[in-house]
Ligand binder design. Structure first.
Ligand SMILES: *[C@@H]1O[C@H](CO)[C@@H](O)[C@H](O)[C@H]1NC(C)=O
Ligand SMILES: *[C@@H]1O[C@H](CO)[C@@H](O)[C@H](O)[C@H]1NC(C)=O
Ligand SMILES: *[C@@H]1O[C@H](CO)[C@@H](O)[C@H](O)[C@H]1NC(C)=O
Length: 138
């Protein structure tokens, strides 16, 4: 079970890597929002302490977000008439919207209007994988 979960995570991560490859840069926010990576990581630690299953949930959220025109956080959008991406059938088991919103709120306080939801989602997915890798086993 654990190894099956791991394989799925690895497969999803490789797929994500092929989507994301082009524009990701380590330390992109070095000057515009220094410390954002630690901020996100600290928030995630609290979130995962509260709900361990969100590690996989946040990777999956990012994965689903990437389906429609790239990894742009469009999955986070709400609609007044139920036609937003998040209202499509596959959304029913996608979780973690609140986690991204909570992290975004904290990041906005530190650096208003600098770090996008899309980047927070990408950092969260990356860190979720890293936490699984470094703190093995349920
Ligand atoms: C940000 O800082 C890290 C650590 O000093 C460095 O490795 C990285 O190249 C920097 N990235 C940018 C875009 O400045
Ligand atoms: C839903 O709302 C959006 C934005 O207002 C609009 O573009 C779209 O046509 C609407 N779709 C339906 C099915 O009403
Ligand atoms: C997912 O879609 C269903 C059906 O349209 C909707 O009722 C539900 O609120 C959506 N979930 C989220 C998190 O938006």
């Amino acid at each position: 079970m654990a190894s099956a979960t791991f394989l799925i995570l690895v497969a999803a991560a490789s797929l994500l890597a092929s989507f994301a490859q082009a524009d990701l840069q380590y330390g992109y926010y070095n000057t515009t929002c220094p410390g954002v990576e630690e901020l996100v990581r600290t928030e995630l630690e609290a979130i995962f302490a509260d709900d361990n299953t969100l590690r996989a949930g946040l990777l999956r959220l990012h994965f689903h977000d990437c389906f429609v025109r790239g990894c742009d956080a469009s999955l986070m959008l709400n609609s007044h008439n139920g036609t937003a991406e998040k209202h499509a059938d596959p959304n029913l088991t996608v979780r973690g919207y609140e986690a991204i919103e909570a992290i975004k709120k904290v990041v906005e306080k530190a650096c208003p209007l600098v770090v996008s939801c899309a980047d927070i989602m990408a950092m969260a997915a990356r860190d979720a994988i890293n936490f699984v890798r470094t703190s093995c086993c349920y």
